[in-house]
Design a protein. Structure first.
Length: 393
C-alpha cells in the first residue's frame, strides 16, 4: 500500500510539473519553431523535472512511471507546444535501453542524479559489424528528434556477419540500438519541414564508431529487467506517445477557438462566431472526436497495463487494441484540428495564431509509421483471423 501511495504521489507531482510548463511553452512556441529544435534551457528544465527519466528504472534513480501517467503527461505538454512534447516522448522511450543494459553500464549513463537526455531512431538503417567485445558501427538515420539536446544518441542497426544480417531463431533480422555519446555522431542540418518544426528531427550519421556490446540493445530480443513497465511492448509506448502529442495538440486547438469565438464577428455577419450553428456543431464534433479517442486509447492501454502488472505477457488481442486505438487517436485528433481550423476562418492563417501551427503540427504527426494507415490494415487482419506480422505491435 505504501508503495502504491508513493507511486500515486510521484505521478501527481510529474503531472503538476508538466502543467506548470504549459504557459511558458505557449509563450515560447514561436521561438521553438523558429529555432527548429528545443531551446537547450527548456530541455534542461525538462531533464531537471525528470521527464526524460520517466521510463528509467527506479533502481537507477528514474521514475519507472506507468504508461497511463506517461500519456497524460505528454498530452499535457502538447497543449503548450507539440514539438516540446514530442522531444520528451522520444527522450523517454529511447531511455528504455537503461532497463536492458548491464547495471554497471546503465548506472554510468542513467545513474541517480544524472537526468540524462537521450534521443535516437529505432529504424535499423545502420550496420554493425562484430569487433572484439562490441561492434563497429556506420550508418545514417532520419528523424533524429531531440538529438540536438541529447547527451547520448542511439541508432538502429542490423548486425552483419559475413556480409549478411544476423538472424533470430524465428528467422528475422536482429536489430540493435547502438547507444553512443553525441560526440560520436554528426548531426546533419536537414530538418526544414512544415510542422513539428521545433523537434530538431534532423538526420545524423555515425562513421566507424566502436560501440561496446553493453550499449547495443535489441528490444524484443534481449531480456530487460523483470518489471511490469518493461513487459510492455516498446512500440506501443512509442506509438502512444505520438498519438498523445496529437491529442494534446487537438485539445489546445479546440480551446484556442473557443477562446476567441465569442469575441470574433466574421466579416459579412452581425453575430459573433460562437452564435453560429455550424460553430456550435463543429466544436461539439471536435470535442467528441478528442474525448472518445482519448477514452479508447486509455482503456486499451489500461487493460494491457493490468496484464503487465500481473507479470503476464501482453496477448496479441490487447496489443492489437492498443495500436488500433493509437492510430485512430492520431487521425481523430487531426480531424478535430481540421474542424476548428476551418471554423477559425481568416484568423487561423496568421502566424500569430496558434491554430496554424497546431494544424501543421498534427498533420506531421499523422505521417509517422507507428500510427499510419498500415496499422489499421494490420489490426483489421487480426480481427479477421488472418496471418499477420505483429513484430511492431
Amino acid at each position: 500500500m505504501e508503495q502504491i501511495m508513493k507511486k500515486d504521489t510521484q505521478a501527481e507531482n510529474l503531472l503538476e510539473a508538466a502543467a506548470g510548463f504549459v504557459p511558458t511553452l505557449r509563450e515560447r512556441a514561436g521561438e521553438i519553431e523558429k529555432n527548429r529544435s528545443l531551446p537547450q534551457d527548456i530541455a534542461d528544465a525538462f531533464a531537471a523535472a525528470g521527464f526524460y527519466s520517466l521510463m528509467v528504472p527506479e533502481s537507477l534513480g528514474g521514475h519507472e512511471i506507468d504508461p497511463l501517467t506517461y500519456l497524460k503527461l505528454v498530452r499535457t505538454l502538447a497543449t503548450g507546444d507539440a514539438s516540446a512534447a514530442w522531444c520528451v516522448m522520444i527522450g523517454a522511450t529511447t531511455a528504455l535501453s537503461s532497463a536492458y543494459m548491464p547495471k554497471a553500464d546503465a548506472e554510468q549513463i542513467f545513474g541517480k542524479g544524472q537526468r540524462t537526455i537521450t534521443a535516437g531512431v529505432f529504424a535499423p538503417t545502420g550496420k554493425a559489424v562484430p569487433e572484439g567485445d562490441g561492434f563497429r558501427v556506420s550508418g545514417r538515420w532520419q528523424w533524429g528528434s531531440g538529438s540536438p539536446n541529447a547527451a547520448w544518441v542511439s541508432g538502429g542497426c542490423f548486425v552483419m556477419r559475413d556480409g549478411k544480417p544476423e538472424m533470430s531463431d524465428t528467422g528475422v533480422p536482429i536489430s540493435r540500438m547502438m547507444l553512443v555519446p553525441k560526440s560520436d555522431v554528426t548531426l546533419l542540418d536537414t530538418w526544414d519541414v512544415s510542422g513539428l518544426c521545433g523537434t530538431g528531427s534532423t538526420d545524423f550519421e555515425m562513421k566507424d564508431v566502436y560501440v561496446p556490446a553493453s550499449r547495443a540493445v535489441a528490444f524484443g530480443y534481449d531480456k530487460p529487467m523483470e518489471r511490469p513497465l518493461y513487459l510492455f511492448p516498446i512500440f506501443a509506448l512509442l506509438a502512444s506517445g505520438i498519438s498523445s502529442v496529437a491529442l494534446g495538440t487537438a485539445r489546445a486547438a479546440i480551446d484556442e477557438l473557443v477562446g476567441f469565438a465569442s469575441a470574433k464577428t466574421p466579416q459579412g455577419t452581425l453575430k459573433p462566431l460562437a452564435s453560429r450553428p455550424d460553430t456550435q456543431m463543429g466544436v461539439s464534433k471536435a470535442e467528441a472526436l478528442v474525448r472518445s479517442a482519448t477514452a479508447f486509447m486509455d482503456d486499451a492501454v489500461g487493460a494491457a497495463w493490468d496484464a503487465a502488472q500481473k507479470g503476464d505477457e501482453i496477448p496479441v488481442a490487447l496489443r492489437r487494441d492498443m495500436r488500433l486505438s493509437m492510430a485512430h487517436a492520431t487521425t481523430a485528433a487531426a480531424e478535430a484540428v481540421d474542424i476548428v481550423y476551418g471554423l477559425g476562418g481568416g484568423t487561423s492563417v496568421y502566424r500569430k495564431s496558434p491554430l496554424q501551427r497546431q494544424f501543421r503540427d498534427v498533420h506531421v504527426a499523422t505521417q509517422h509509421m507507428m500510427v499510419a494507415k498500415g496499422v489499421l490494415e494490420q489490426a483489421g487482419r487480426l480481427f479477421l483471423g488472418l496471418e499477420t506480422d505483429t513484430r511492431l505491435f
